[in-house]
Design a protein around this ligand. Structure first.
Ligand SMILES: Nc1ncnc2c1ncn2[C@@H]1O[C@H](COP(=O)(O)OP(=O)(O)OP(=O)(O)O)[C@@H](O)[C@H]1O
Ligand SMILES: [Mg+2]
Length: 501
């Protein structure tokens, strides 16, 4: 795929190409293979780095560690070999002669068949330079590429023969799938360390690669690999949401394509605090048996994981590589509220635009489960059809739902709901959200243990009554959220707009 992209750029005589990739060696190989196909076997690429200067294979061109002189030297060369230029991100900042030289290169190379590929881990081009470059994003290795890398890794192990004999097609596929999301370096490293000191390939090797993957996902700085044990059966109420999920249970199996169906893009779960929004998204991953990656929008914007746009791009790339998976964006409006305060054109609006375009166009089976509290700040483009498949509103639980939620939390603490008057407990907790019901049950158990007594119905009712529900202190706010949701005809939990029944 990437080889074809690079080939096309060579065929169409692109002059300056900016390749966003952390994998210099892989890009070098891709350019070399594309150049030999398009320009012939003799078109071995030149390379430049700030340490080695300009070189072609073992032939070093003297006095070219300075990037301006290196590009000048390349312009004088007569053969049509492309140049793979590394380190631009390290030498461009404040280098006015280099900016000028890049513009000269674009002008001089335009009528020729020669191309310079700048390989950088992130985007450093200013708006002044961007128009003279073609930008290519190199996707991470595919399943097939990883399978080939695995063969290569096995071949160089001391016990190669017995490893080759023991690896079944199933284990091979599992190992390659476990490495999806890795760069080529990372995949080779993970394979090598998983196979080290072994004479047979076993399921433990897959676990070892998965453990590395977990570390890798977390290294991205904005994504977290969440281990979720929440099943939908641990969520009370939310009938419509559960029905929607169960109807799409097969959505991520390979068979879905057979019926011409596409996997769903995602849902936006909005509503009152403590009603189970985060819980619902976690349950989706468990229910569909998919890995769950949590994207921290706050981290995307705070700059600690790199420039916001880069952080978002990286998160998307990693999620796509790990696909099929659930990408959980908790409190999606955190970033959007921010971006409203900033002038349009700032990195925040670009991050949102990037995310929305991706949502619209994505084909990779990444199911986005987004949650939002401050629904009013969501701009209409987030809610437009084509982005999320469905918008769910989670309101305060109804009496029946409260009964279910109380039962779930009582069972978790080894209390048998059949021994209690659940109708009475549910009726006396009108206005409580799921989190508050849970809190009441937990404090009853604590209190009983402190007194070395049983959890009586009376104690339970008292403890539940002592929890002051948010709906009382924030009545106006909740009514506003409900009105907002109702006006937009959101699909909601069965009887969500009336918690008093
Ligand atoms: N419908 C429910 N069934 C069972 N437990 C629930 C339900 N709703 C909430 N809870 C309990 O309350 C806890 C908090 O819920 P959760 O974090 O999902 O709420 P939230 O809507 O994401 O709130 P916030 O807006 O504050 O993030 C859950 O971990 C769960 O124990
Ligand atoms: Mg939450």
């Amino acid at each position: 795929m990437v080889v074809q992209d690079i080939q096309k750029l060579l065929e169409t005589r692109a002059s300056l190409v900016y390749v966003v990739s952390e994998e210099e060696e892989r890009v070098e190989k891709i350019v070399a293979s594309a150049a030999s196909k398009v320009l012939g076997k003799s078109a071995v690429p030149y390379t430049w780095s700030c340490l080695e200067g300009l070189r072609k294979g073992t032939e070093v061109i003297d006095a070219t560690t300075d990037p301006v002189r290196a590009l000048a030297a390349y312009l004088k060369i007569k053969d049509s070999s492309p140049l793979v230029f590394k380190d631009l991100h390290l030498v461009l900042d404040g280098n006015a002669p280099l900016v000028r030289q890049l513009k000269e290169c674009a002008r001089i190379l335009r009528p020729s068949r020669r191309t310079v590929f700048f390989v950088c881990p992130h985007m450093v081009l200013s708006s002044e330079l961007l128009p003279i470059f073609r930008v290519v994003d190199v996707p991470l290795p595919t399943f097939d590429e990883l399978s080939r890398m695995l063969d290569g890794a096995i071949d160089i192990m001391p016990e190669a023969k017995s490893l080759r004999q023991s690896v079944t097609p199933d284990l091979k596929a599992k190992l390659a799938r476990a490495a999806l999301g890795f760069t080529a370096y990372e995949a080779l490293d993970a394979f090598r360390s998983a196979l080290m000191n072994r004479d047979a390939v076993t399921i433990e090797c897959v676990d070892a690669v998965l453990a590395e993957k977990r570390a890798m996902v977390e290294k991205s700085g904005v994504l977290e690999f969440v281990t979720s044990e929440t099943g939908t059966w641990e969520i009370g109420g939310l009938f419509n949401l559960k029905k929607w999920l169960s109807e799409r249970g097969e959505a991520f199996s390979p068979d879905v394509a057979k019926y011409g169906l596409k996997p769903p893009k995602g849902i936006l779960v909005m509503g009152v605090s403590g009603c189970g929004k985060s819980l619902a998204v976690k349950a989706i991953a468990t229910y569909w048996k998919l890995p769950l990656l949590r994207l921290d929008m706050g981290r995307v914007y705070d700059g600690l994981a790199g420039l916001p746009e880069e952080a978002m791009r990286k998160a998307i790339k990693t999620a796509e590589a790990v696909a099929p998976c659930v990408l959980w964006i908790d409190e999606i409006e955190a970033g959007i509220a921010n971006q409203k305060q900033k002038a349009a054109g700032g990195s925040e609006s670009r991050v949102l635009a990037l995310f929305l375009t991706w949502m619209q166009e994505k084909t990779a089976p990444v199911f986005v489960g987004a949650t939002a509290n401050e629904v009013e700040v969501l701009p209409p483009e987030v809610l437009r059809k084509g982005r999320f498949d469905e918008l769910f509103y989670l309101g305060l639980p109804t009496k029946e739902e409260r009964k279910e939620i109380l039962s779930i939390h009582m069972r978790k603490l080894h209390l048998d709901p059949d021994q209690y008057d659940m109708d009475y407990l549910a009726a006396s907790t009108e206005g409580h959200n799921g989190a508050e019901l849970e809190q009441g049950v937990v404090s009853a158990v604590f209190e009983a243990r402190a007194q070395d007594a049983k959890v009586t119905e009376h104690l339970l009712a008292n403890c539940l009554r002592n929890v002051v529900p948010l709906s009382r202190t924030m009545r106006e706010r909740i009514e506003k959220i409900e009105a907002w949701a109702r006006d937009r005809a959101m699909k909601a939990s069965l009887t969500v707009f009336d918690s008093r029944n």
